[in-house]
Design a protein around this ligand. Structure first.
Ligand code: FRU
Length: 520
């Protein structure tokens, strides 16, 4: 089966059929055209501090909720295969958002697939589902029915759990919301304290419209308002997330931010956008021009992110899916396919252009990482500088880097480096662009849509560029200027690609690295 998958990915179905069961190793092409043998048993791409399912397919995170000491991560999951299908809610729990305990499927497909949605804690038992004093968990999801002949029917359903999310009972009165629509999905439900009711934010993907509903018991929903279309309208709307965020360095100041999965910054690729404004409990009002598009992430692999409900502190934390529908079915298949992003804490920053989203890896990562090495500033020129003369390498790294430009026309670093294979992160002062290039990053998925250079405008501050870079065996996440711009990509380097080096071109630049390495 494994053979069939990889060769099928390479576009060789006949050979794939012949090769099934022929041996333990698989071949693939690297991005620079070399043929390599992959030993899938080594699981060398399984991330160390990012979530990946034990096996089989995942897409969106679902039902992120904190309850009785556990962070829950439910996720779109095919329990039977490494491709999309039989969608159910997979389940894992964590105490620190980094180490996950895998649990059985929480909500399984029935006559409908279980699409994306939320989970809330019904502390006061307003739903009537709770059997104990602590309240219960209620999941709100989209039931997706295939009616045949290309027709579908999507409705909103609920299910409840009285055993800390281990098992769910589907509500006998489902659906709780049915507009007789083919596409109507991804409910984002949260408790709105000022009006003492739950709010549901849910998408009509094709007309790019978001509908707002309210409920006192999670069963009866009353329509409040609509929003959209707005922003970059080039793709359908999915996975809404409405959240109130603190403004950095302005105690007490908060704004509502509406994040959604829609058209991304690269034409033809889905991504995430956000709008900043106010939500009065009934209507969301975007305070910026309707056609202004603000993007959450400038990599290609950050989608369907939603936030945690019921957190024990006042943080706002999201997790996204690190893949892109443009090639999600064609990336190398492991025992599992696809991973989640590092959980990110959100805030807003007031900039001359207006409020902008800032995202940082949750502080639990800094608490869990190994002791760091603070290196002396390195002067960069046309010769590549490996870290500490090659002593610092690794495939699992957390780097805090302060660059300063002298007169270099380009500067940056290479990760997962071995010979002419690497991932490059660089800055071009002339255009003010930060880029992330995975086109020579090891094993290339068969889709030519995968290997692209991503870039984003990042202004230097006093000629300085601050980067926090996380790599975790098959992920790269770059947080620039204290989280104001983020680029996230999946990568598939070979196990021996573990070098780190810095460079400058046509002039000099400096870097002061702070390195936290888990090694391999
Ligand atoms: C987003 C999405 C959702 C849907 C789910 C199905 O990636 O298309 O709109 O609920 O995936 O797996």
């Amino acid at each position: 089966m494994k053979m069939k998958t990889i060769l099928g990915l390479l576009g060789l179905p006949a050979l794939a059929a012949w090769w099934v069961g022929c041996g333990p190793s698989e071949t693939s092409q690297t991005a620079v055209g070399e043929t390599v043998v992959l030993d899938t048993a080594t699981e060398h791409w399984r991330p160390r501090f990012h979530f990946a399912p034990p096996r089989h397919w995942t897409n969106d995170p679902n039902g992120l909720v904190y309850f009785q000491g556990e962070y829950h991560l439910f996720y779109q999951h095919n329990p039977f295969d490494k491709k999309w299908g039989h969608m159910s809610w997979g389940h894992a729990v964590s105490k620190n958002l980094l180490d996950w305990e895998h649990l059985p499927v929480a909500i399984a497909e029935d006559t409908a697939m279980i699409f994306s949605g939320s989970a809330v804690v019904d502390t006061a038992n307003l739903s009537g589902f709770a059997t104990g004093p602590g309240g219960c968990l209620v999941a709100i999801y989209t039931a997706h029915r295939d009616l045949g002949g290309g027709k579908t029917h999507q409705t909103q359903h609920i299910a409840y759990s009285n055993d800390r999310g281990r098992t769910f009972t589907k509500y006998a009165g489902n659906p709780v919301l049915d507009l007789q629509q083919a596409d109507f999905r991804d409910p984002d439900v949260f408790w709105h304290a000022p009006t003492r009711r739950w709010i549901m934010v849910v998408q009509l993907p094709q007309p790019r419209k978001t509908l707002f509903y309210a409920s006192n018991d999670l069963k009866k929903w009353t329509k409040l308002s609509e929003f959209g279309p707005a922003g970059n309208p080039e793709a359908i709307w999915e996975c809404p997330e409405l959240v109130q965020l603190p403004v950095e360095n302005e105690p007490g100041q908060q704004k509502w931010v509406y994040l959604l999965s829609a058209a991304g910054p690269y034409p033809g690729y889905q991504g995430m956008q956000y709008f900043v404004g106010e939500f009065d409990g009934t209507t969301f009002r975007n305070e910026y021009p309707a056609d202004q598009a603000l993007y959450v992430d400038y990599g290609r692999d950050f989608y369907a992110a939603i936030g945690y409900n019921h957190l024990p502190d006042d943080r706002r934390i999201i997790i996204g899916w690190m893949a892109n529908w443009a090639y999600a079915g064609q990336t190398p298949a492991h025992p599992w396919r696809h991973v989640m992003s590092i959980p990110r804490e959100l805030a807003l920053r007031r900039t001359p252009a207006g409020y902008r989203l800032v995202q940082r890896p949750v502080r639990e990562l800094a608490q869990a990482r190994p002791p760091g090495a603070e290196l002396d500033p390195i002067e960069l020129d046309d010769e590549p500088h490996s870290l500490d003369g090659g002593a610092v390498t690794g495939r699992v790294l957390d780097l805090e880097l302060a660059f300063e430009q002298d007169d270099a026309q380009q500067f940056g670093l290479r990760l997962f480096e071995q010979g002419d294979q690497y991932v490059e992160i660089g800055y071009l002062p002339a255009t003010g662009q930060l880029y992330l290039d995975r086109s020579r990053a090891g094993v290339a998925p068969t889709s030519e849509r995968f290997s692209q250079r991503d870039s984003a405008a990042v202004p230097l501050t006093d000629r300085q560029l601050k980067l926090r870079v996380l790599i975790d065996r098959s992920t790269v996440e770059v947080f620039a200027q204290d989280g104001q711009v983020v680029l996230s990509n999946a990568v598939f380097p070979l196990p021996q690609q573990r070098g780190v080096s810095f460079f400058a071109k046509d002039g000099t630049a400096w870097v002061k690295p702070h390195v936290y390495s888990w090694g391999d």
